[in-house]
Design a protein around this ligand. Structure first.
Ligand SMILES: [Zn+2]
Length: 157
């Protein structure tokens, strides 16, 4: 089966390269498949965390940018990127890096410009549950978050 991709590489983003939508996309529509090699070890600047200890080197999505108000969700179980808001043709595509990354290898100051911008993005481990609850998260992030906060509850007593 061949998976269609609706991303177009661009060099017009403030932070460097990025992707824009090739056409308008509806909520839930697959924006792109996610393919590449999975390996165990430390994250890299391009890798996507797909489980507790595995990172995918995406062969087709090196430049999918972060936003604190993302318009796509990178689903590591389904191995694809879906639209979570209606996306106009030509709109820059983004996802929420802490939805896949627990601790990022390359933290960076976010320049998404949203009023709800979280500032420096270092991964989900640095964010409170109340913030993360506002986002779609992958299963490994939800599991790690539950473990972290269960430990916190024990310490509070
Ligand atoms: Zn931001």
């Amino acid at each position: 089966m061949r998976h269609e991709s609706h991303v177009q590489e661009t060099s017009f983003h403030a932070g460097g390269k990025g992707y824009n939508a090739l056409r308008a996309l509806k909520v839930g529509e697959v924006v792109s498949p996610l393919t590449g090699r999975i390996r165990v070890g430390a994250p890299t600047v391009y890798s996507v965390q797909v489980s507790r200890d595995e990172h995918l080197d995406p062969e087709n999505l090196h430049f999918l940018n972060h936003s604190c108000v993302p318009n796509t969700f990178l689903d590591t179980e389904a191995s694809h990127v879906i639209a979570i808001r209606p996306i106009a043709e030509g709109e820059p595509l983004s996802f929420f890096y802490p939805s896949t990354e627990w601790e990022m290898g390359n933290p960076f100051p976010c320049a998404c410009g949203a009023t709800a911008c979280l500032g420096t993005i270092t991964g989900a481990s640095a964010l409170p549950a109340v913030v993360l609850e506002g986002y779609a998260l992958n299963a490994h992030i939800r599991e790690l978050l539950a473990e972290r906060d269960a430990t916190g509850a024990l310490v509070r007593d």
